[in-house]
Design a protein around this ligand. Structure first.
Ligand code: SF4
Length: 197
């Protein structure tokens, strides 16, 4: 690690999957000393969970701009997600269950960032057009105040960010799942496909 690297602010970046991390890492790595934080109890099926974390590790090891990026992997814990989602199983994607799901993952990220003396925390989630960036930033701000740590505002899909993440995903041949993560979103995606036939 060189001197320049040492003086960059430390950012804990919550990452949901390799494709969403791709452009965000490319965008932020010059400015921040980045640690990616894989805390996603919403990925309810274990093989899918394993696939997404393995793909993230591969991407970080292969992308030249991610060479200084560190990875922290939390344990696979779908029970916490199901507990949180009780009573909200029938909510559509982008509804009340998703708000709580964002909050669950960002809270853990803010806690970890505070405990490990990071300067900032944020999430890659806002790169997806399916995610509500206004909610994500409002939750991030509120948790930043609660844990006394800076939340980095983000809407990574802007300025062609989403398109660039697709391009990078192709370049690195990344696995791109066709549903968000929980079994409810998987079912919703299946129904969408059926209704298109
Ligand atoms: S659809 Fe996605 S954001 Fe919403 S609850 Fe499921 S995993 Fe979480």
């Amino acid at each position: 690690m060189d001197i320049i690297e040492q003086i960059k602010p430390k950012l804990l970046l919550h990452v949901c999957c390799a494709p969403c991390s791709s452009h965000v890492l490319e965008l932020l790595e010059d400015e921040y000393d980045i640690t990616v934080y894989f805390y996603n109890p919403n990925i309810t099926k274990e093989p899918e969970y394993e696939k997404r974390i393995a793909e993230l590790k591969r991407f970080v090891s292969e992308a030249p701009f991610a060479k200084n990026v560190k990875i922290v992997e939390e344990t696979y814990d779908p029970d916490t997600f199901f507990q949180m989602a009780k009573g909200l199983e029938q909510e559509p994607e982008r509804g009340a269950r998703c708000y709580k799901c964002y909050e669950l993952r960002l809270r853990k990220t803010a806690q970890y960032a505070k405990e490990h003396s990071f300067d900032f925390f944020t999430t890659t989630l806002s790169i997806s057009p399916h995610k509500n960036a206004t909610w994500l930033n409002a939750i991030g701000e509120q948790l930043g105040n609660e844990y006394e740590i800076h939340h980095l505002y983000s809407d990574f899909k802007k300025k062609n960010g989403y398109a660039r993440s697709i391009q990078l995903s192709k370049e690195y041949n990344l696995y791109r799942q066709d549903y968000c993560g929980c079994i409810f979103s998987e079912e919703e995606a299946k129904q969408r496909k059926l209704s298109c036939k």
